[in-house]
Design a protein around this ligand. Structure first.
Ligand code: FEO
Length: 175
């Protein structure tokens, strides 16, 4: 049955697997950002909580974009299981360090799928992924700028309060 279905699409099984892995990674990113929003909120960083809520929303849109692509090209899209999410962080700053590392991991993963698509001569998928290549520039930039605020403003005195306010503005004008 599966082989029969596969004959009706040019999507290679390896690419389908990689795309489903990316669906899962985006869903996990969304869940991770929700946990970060929760941590920030209960530690008094309301603007950062709003920032991470918006990021969580973005990640869900990323997930759906790939999910829908799989449907469009005749693949099987898999609704992802989310593993245990980290809810505790040692410090305000460490939340943003984790966020930046996650974004770098996503960029690496997207790049790997682009490479695999090209190797399989799947130019439709390679083309589809260009949106993500561009999006990751912005995603990493936001995460890096958030982290830079810790160095620029400093955490002493009212520093964390100022950092929180500045973080809230970072992604507030994105759709
Ligand atoms: Fe979907 Fe933040 O990468």
């Amino acid at each position: 049955m599966k082989d029969l279905l596969r004959q009706r699409t040019s999507l290679k099984e390896q690419i389908e697997i990689l795309l489903n892995n990316q669906v899962k990674m985006e869903a996990e990113a969304s869940a991770k950002y929700l946990a970060m929003a929760s941590w920030c909120d209960r530690n008094g960083y309301k603007h950062s909580a709003a920032y991470f809520l918006r990021q969580a929303d973005e990640e869900r849109k990323h997930m759906l974009r790939i999910f829908n692509y799989l449907l469009t090209v005749g693949g099987t899209a898999v609704s992802p299981a989310i593993s245990e999410v980290q809810h505790e962080y040692p410090s305000f700053r460490s939340v943003f360090e984790t966020a930046l590392q996650s974004e770098i991991n996503v960029t690496t993963s997207i790049n790997r799928i682009v490479t695999a698509s090209r190797a399989e001569e799947d130019y439709a998928t390679e083309n589809f992924l260009q949106w993500f290549v561009n999006e990751q520039i912005e995603e990493e930039d936001n995460a890096r700028r958030a982290l830079e605020l810790f160095d620029v403003i400093g955490e002493e005195g009212t520093g964390r309060y100022q950092i929180d306010k500045a973080v809230g503005k970072l992604n507030s004008d994105e759709e």
